[in-house]
Design a protein around this ligand. Structure first.
Ligand code: PBG
Length: 335
């Protein structure tokens, strides 16, 4: 300790902890609803609210229900939604063609939400996994996902979403060069204000399991899984290169994913770049907290809040979490 930090008893750190007002006054990191993005999983139909077994408390919603939830989220001060589709099996193929059908479920969802709740932002995933029979994020060439051919389709998907009114496209596929290609195409077509949030630092993680259940994208990933395009869990230098490249190509925001097991990566990326860094409390993280909380292991609401403060303390400017509604309600004193 340096001398400026003093020594006991002149310095007693418990003094500033002795009452709620003192703790609030000196708190460094404060979580607000502004920090949260609510992911929604959308299905065909009307009045559908389908619970997801591995994500307790999360329901797949038909468009009309998503609009209701969007209103509630907006009223609670949540700035944006992240939208994911459940694609009917009959619409899937090897190339994920449904991804750029202008009348697909995502496009209709975005249009309905923007019409009913114009003040909430819409963030749409760009990747082919919900649309391909094999469940991979891109097209195959031989026995691996082909980078450049996939990028061409992702560009089409991003333009289709922008056309439908999507405010921010979020490529989560981890192909090389896709941010530049998408930014270029958006500029050419006049979508100069469509933002890009790049899932720049996305690890090949076991924690996506419940999400793949929820959107039905498990497919048959094969023995290599997504390891030839998503990042190796052991790497941090590579995360900095991924983030820097995507920013150079035009990303407005970069994402680190998963979140809680990767707080060191969030902090490292944050120290390295000058764009907002977001993080995703992914499905497996949510499931762990929700299931343990539901089983009495701890106070669920307190655990969620603590986990999200940790994201922010590590450097996240915003956090995707399936708990966004509950947390925002609690922050508003409506818990
Ligand atoms: C699709 C995508 C995934 C997630 C978000 N977008 C799954 C994957 O890459 O397999 C995971 C989200 C979560 O687990 O909550 N590319």
């Amino acid at each position: 300790m340096t001398s400026t930090e003093g020594s006991f008893p002149a310095t007693r750190l418990r003094r500033a902890r002795a009452a709620s007002w003192r703790r609030r006054l000196v708190r460094e990191t404060v979580l607000t609803a502004d920090d949260l993005v609510l992911p929604l999983i959308i299905v065909e139909g009307t009045k559908v609210r389908q619970p997801v077994q591995t994500l307790p408390g999360v329901t797949r919603l038909s468009i009309d229900q998503a609009v209701e939830t969007a209103k509630e989220a907006c009223d609670l001060g949540i700035p944006a939604l992240a939208l994911f589709p459940v694609t009917e099996e009959s619409l899937k193929d090897e190339q994920g063609r449904e991804a750029h059908n202008p009348n697909n479920l995502m496009c209709r969802t975005v249009a309905a939400i923007k019409k009913a709740v114009p003040d909430i932002g819409t963030i749409c995933d760009v990747a082919l996994d919900p649309y391909t029979t094999h469940g991979h994020d891109g097209l195959f060439d031989g026995d691996d996902v082909a980078n450049d051919a996939t990028v061409e389709i992702l560009v089409k998907q991003a333009l289709t979403l922008a056309e439908a009114g999507c405010d921010m496209v979020a490529p989560s596929d981890m192909m090389d060069g896709r941010i530049g290609a998408i930014r270029n195409a958006l500029e050419k077509r006049g979508f100069v204000n469509t933002m890009i949030m790049s899932y720049a630092v996305k690890y090949a993680s076991a924690f996506y399991g419940p999400f793949r259940d929820a959107v039905g994208s498990k497919g048959n990933l094969g023995p290599k899984g997504k390891h030839t395009y998503q990042m190796d869990v052991g790497n941090v230098d590579e995360a900095l290169r991924e983030a820097a490249l995507d920013i150079a190509e035009g990303a407005d925001i970069v994402m680190v994913k998963p979140g809680m097991p990767y707080l060191d990566v969030i902090a490292a990326v944050k120290a390295h770049v000058h764009v907002p860094v977001f993080a995703y409390q992914v499905s497996g993280e949510y499931a762990m907290l929700a299931m343990a909380g539901n089983n009495g292991a701890f106070d669920k609401a307190a655990a969620f809040k603590e986990s999200l403060v940790a994201f922010k303390r590590a450097g996240a400017a915003g956090i995707f979490t399936y708990a966004a509604l509950d947390v925002a309600r609690a922050l508003a004193g409506k818990g």
